[in-house]
Write a new protein. Structure first.
Length: 418
């Protein structure tokens, strides 16, 4: 029989043998491709029974080939697809209208353990050996769906954060709007109060100056009429009246100056004038106000005496400094008042031999209403040095001081000539 087979084989034409070998090679290649495909592939007959399944499909559904081959493919489907599959297959065979075949769609697969997974199903209708076979191609979508779910979750989380931030921003904007309205209301009130304060200060200054002038005039007349009596008591009390009037006048001047500064009503008017002449006039005026045996010593250094400053503001600065020197120095003392004009600067100094300024108070010295704790009963408003500093700044100058309880205080005002 073996020899007969060999004889028969010998009698077969070589081209038939070649074609058969080629067909065998193609079949082996196709089988190898299907077996190693990363997507699942299975085939069913006209009745929906599974005829073949590749390893990838077995892995996806967690079945062995023998557990599915010969069974209806609906075993791999969850309801309602399981119940509708056979009817769909029969309807296609009757009408030829495809629902999935040749189109493909996303479906849900049922594993052996009952768990579900998404996949994309593509079905091809194949005529083979006189019968119809359906080939299904299964692409797992589990990772893609997980990624989409995470992306949706992340997007939803971002939307929540955006909504939270939007609400927070709205609340902040509303709060800012309320704060703006409150600030606007407060500014209006402050403007109103400022206007009332300005009116009051101006009115008070005007109304107080008239009676004070009358009191000062009356005191001077009393002093003149009392000269024949040569009474030290009369002179003493008249002096007290004049000092009180002078203090009240200074207070009024300080408050009026502060109000004008706060309102921005004071602007320097630069004028060329003789500084020495102005200083001599101030010295003469202030000497009358000095205490017993207090002497104001004025000196000027430099070949020139003309400066370009605001004479009224400068007079106020010097007047305040000399007044403080008189107040805080004792009787029988000297007050040094000096002016200097060199190539670069105009320098004005006032030195007293008074109580000095405590070190702890020096950093607050130019603040409004500040008075050092060693001033005791010495009258004052705490505005004088603040006004001096601001007037000096308006004229582009600088003010500085040195002080000790043993050597008194030296104030220096300097203005650049340029």
């Amino acid at each position: 029989m073996h020899l007969l087979s060999v004889d028969r084989l010998i009698n077969v034409p070589l081209w038939i043998i070649f074609i058969s070998l080629r067909n065998m090679e193609s079949t082996a290649l196709l089988k190898s491709i299907i077996e190693n495909a990363i997507d699942g592939i299975l085939t069913i007959d006209e009745h929906g029974k599974i005829e073949s399944i590749n390893p990838a499909a077995c892995t996806l559904f967690d079945y062995l080939p023998g557990e599915v081959i010969g069974n209806n493919v609906s075993m791999l489907m969850p309801p309602p697809d399981r119940d509708q599959h056979d009817e769909y297959l029969h309807r296609y065979q009757r009408t030829g209208n495809p629902h999935i075949i040749g189109i493909g769609r996303e479906v849900i697969g049922l594993r052996k353990d009952g768990s579900l997974f998404p996949f994309r199903l593509g079905v091809s209708d194949v005529e083979f050996s006189g019968r119809r076979i359906y080939a299904g191609f299964i692409h797992d979508l589990s990772r893609q769906k997980e990624a989409e779910a995470k992306l949706k979750e992340h997007a939803a989380h971002l939307e929540e954060q955006v909504e939270e931030r939007t609400q927070s921003l709205k609340k902040t904007v509303q709060a800012l709007q309320r704060a703006k309205e409150e600030v606007s209301f407060s500014l209006e009130k402050e403007k109103e109060l400022g206007h009332l304060k300005s009116s009051f200060v101006s009115l008070a200054s005007h109304e107080f100056r008239t009676p004070l002038s009358a009191v000062l005039l009356s005191a001077s007349l009393i002093e003149k009429y009392a000269e024949p009596f040569d009474s030290p008591n009369i002179s003493k009390h008249v002096g007290k009246i004049k000092n009180a009037v002078g203090n009240l006048t200074t207070i009024l001047n300080d408050f009026l100056s502060l109000e004008k500064l706060e309102a921005g009503k004071i602007e320097p008017s630069f004028t060329s004038f003789d500084l020495v002449k102005l200083a001599e006039e101030i010295t003469e005026e202030m000497q009358i106000m000095a205490k017993q045996n207090q002497n104001i010593i004025y000196q000027h250094t430099g070949t020139s005496s003309v400066v370009n400053l605001d004479p009224n503001l400068l007079r106020n600065c010097i007047f305040n400094l000399v007044t403080n020197a008189i107040k805080y120095s004792g009787e029988n003392t000297f007050i040094d008042f000096n002016t200097e004009i060199n190539e670069q600067n105009c320098i004005i100094t006032v030195r007293d031999n008074g109580i000095g300024i405590p070190e702890a108070a020096q950093k607050h010295l130019f603040e409004a209403f500040f008075r050092a704790n060693n001033t005791g009963s010495i009258p004052g408003t705490g505005l004088g040095l603040n006004i001096v500093a601001r007037y000096t700044s308006l004229m582009n100058g600088n003010i500085d001081f040195k002080s000790s309880d043993k050597q008194g205080t030296l104030f220096t005002i300097s203005f650049p000539l340029s």
